[in-house]
Each structure stands twice: as structure tokens, then as C-alpha cells.
Design a protein around this ligand. Structure first.
Ligand SMILES: C/C=C/C(=O)SCCNC(=O)CCNC(=O)[C@H](O)C(C)(C)COP(=O)(O)OP(=O)(O)OC[C@H]1O[C@@H](n2cnc3c(N)ncnc32)[C@H](O)[C@@H]1OP(=O)(O)O
Length: 261
């Protein structure tokens, strides 16, 4: 029997892992894509050499244009609930990865595609891209975290406007409201994401992981608790040999050589 074509590619270039969703024509998230994405995330999580993950879509038309609508007719309430929970669990893995995850949005990021981007830490968006949560056009709701992560990122009002109208906004508007963190010319999202990844990899690796932990966990806490968490993690950073190397390198006016410990 012919081997099933892989729809999700994982490539590791040094300390940078790149996951590419390649499911023509619009990289829709069907069951195979989600299973392969899940597997790729587990591989990245278990490879301690990887310092940054980039997620992107193949081709210039779409990053990910959403869940595969062709699978919708078979969804009853139980199957719909299970599909949503499964997708949420996979996207949670992205948010809970210890390392930074940069999303290189090369085209349409709609529905589940926008939700995939929301689970990442940083969104680099090409100027031709369009983003949105158009689920209400199909009389469903965002089911892979959009109703939870979008309001936390852009505010409840703008999130409600996007979700209620189903509007796809252009990259400039996404940047204006904080849904896009970097705006780049068409075709340059992956290149910019790699450039950003390389810069992050020159910093203290333990400190980068502690910063992501402090921000992500802190967002779930009242300010006072978040500040206490920050102090605890600052202490952890001070316990590393890299902290001494960082100070020494600065005072000796040379680049630090961090060892990740
Ligand atoms: C829990 C998560 C839920 C969700 O994510 S719900 C789904 C949310 N996403 C959407 O609603 C987006 C639906 N797609 C579109 O709005 C449009 O498409 C685009 C804006 C992405 C592109 O429009 P254009 O350039 O006119 O192309 P085209 O002819 O509409 O699509 C090209 C081919 O791609 C298929 N396709 C597009 N989106 C999906 C999808 N999300 N699931 C499955 N197939 C999709 C079409 O049907 C068509 O296919 P053919 O050429 O065979 O007619």
C-alpha cells in the first residue's frame, strides 16, 4: 500500500526546529495534520538541543486556513466536543513548550489557523496575510482556543468584534491590534522568524526558558503572586553558571559563551 504522504514536516537546523504544515491547497487541519503536528511537537519537546521552534505553512497562499471543513458534516455534539478538546490539547503543548515558539504566518491564518498562531509566543506576519476567526460563517465557534486566547491578547472588545463578525483582517490591522508582533514583506515571514530565533539563541538559554515560564504562568495569576513567581525564577537564573559567565563577559567586554547551565 502506498505510504501516506506526510502533511507535517519537522526540520532541525542547528538549535532551530521548523515545523511546516504542508496540506495543499490551504494547509487545512484535518485529523492526519493534527496527529502529525502532535508527534512533531513531542519530538521537539524531547530534544533538549533545540532552543527555538518555528511553525509555518507551506506555500504562499495560506499559513493554515482552519480546520478541514470537509470533516464537519460527520461531527455531532460528542464528536465536536472531542475534536475541540483534542485540538486544544495539541495547541496547549505549543504554549507549554519550555522554549520560545515563533509563528511565521505566510498567508491566510483563519479559524484553527489563527488559533494555532495564538498558541505560539510570537507572531511574524507577512503583509499579504489575512487573519481571523470566521467560524460563525459555518455556525460554529472557535474550538481550538480562540475564544480564550484572542481576548487575552487583543482585549475582549476587539476579540468579540472579530469572532462575532467573522471578519478576516489584513496584516497591518493585525499588527495595529497586537495580533501580529512583527510585520514583514510577503514571502519573508520564515526568514524573519529564523533571524529572530538566531538572536534569541545568543541569550542565556536557561534565562529564556525562565522568562517564558514567568510570563505564561504570571498571566494566570494576580499581580502580587506573579511578582513572587518572578522573584523565585530570578533566583533560579542567579543559580546558573551562565549568570556568572554573562556578568564576566560584560565586564571583560567580550561575547558570552553560555553553556545552558
Ligand atoms: C476548531 C476549528 C474550526 C475551524 O477552523 S472552522 C474553519 C475556519 N476557516 C474558514 O472558514 C476558512 C474557509 N476558507 C476560506 O474562507 C477561503 O477558502 C480562503 C479565504 C481561505 C481562500 O479563498 P479562495 O482563495 O477564494 O479559495 P477557495 O476556492 O475558497 O479555496 C481553495 C480550495 O481550498 C478549499 N478550502 C479552503 N478552506 C478550507 C478549509 N478550511 N477546509 C477544507 N477545505 C478548504 C476550498 O474548498 C477550495 O477547494 P476546491 O478547490 O476543491 O473547491
Amino acid at each position: 500500500m502506498e505510504k501516506e504522504k506526510k502533511l507535517v514536516k519537522l526540520e532541525v537546523e542547528g538549535k532551530i526546529a521548523v515545523i511546516t504544515i504542508d496540506h495543499p491547497p490551504v494547509n487545512a487541519l484535518n485529523a492526519q495534520v493534527m496527529a502529525e503536528l502532535d508527534e512533531a511537537l513531542d519530538q521537539v519537546a524531547s530534544d533538549k538541543e533545540i532552543g527555538v521552534l518555528i511553525i509555518t505553512g507551506a506555500g504562499e497562499k495560506a499559513f493554515v486556513a482552519g480546520a478541514d471543513i470537509r470533516q464537519f458534516p460527520e461531527l455531532d455534539e460528542k464528536a465536536g466536543r472531542e475534536l475541540s478538546a483534542r485540538g486544544q490539547a495539541i495547541f496547549d503543548k505549543i504554549e507549554e513548550l519550555a522554549i520560545p515558539v515563533i509563528c511565521a504566518i505566510n498567508g491566510y491564518a483563519l479559524g484553527g489557523g489563527c488559533e494555532l498562531a495564538l498558541a505560539c509566543d510570537i507572531r511574524v506576519v507577512a503583509e499579504n496575510a489575512k487573519l481571523g476567526q470566521p467560524e460563525v460563517n459555518l455556525a460554529v465557534i472557535p474550538g481550538y482556543g480562540g475564544t480564550q486566547r484572542l481576548p487575552r491578547l487583543v482585549g475582549a472588545g476587539k476579540a468579540k468584534q472579530l469572532i462575532f463578525t467573522g471578519d478576516a483582517i489584513d496584516a497591518q490591522e493585525a499588527y495595529r491590534i497586537g495580533l501580529a508582533d512583527e510585520l514583514v514583506p510577503a514571502g519573508q515571514a520564515l526568514e524573519k522568524a529564523k533571524e529572530m530565533a538566531k538572536k534569541i539563541l545568543t541569550k542565556g538559554p536557561v534565562a529564556i526558558r525562565l522568562c517564558k515560564e514567568a510570563i505564561n504562568r504570571g498571566l494566570q495569576m494576580p499581580l502580587k503572586e506573579g511578582l513572587a513567581l518572578e522573584a523565585e525564577l530570578f533566583g533560579k537564573a542567579c543559580a546558573t553558571e551562565d549568570k556568572n559567565e554573562g556578568a564576566k563577559a560584560f565586564l571583560e567586554k567580550r561575547k558570552p559563551n553560555f553553556q545552558g547551565k
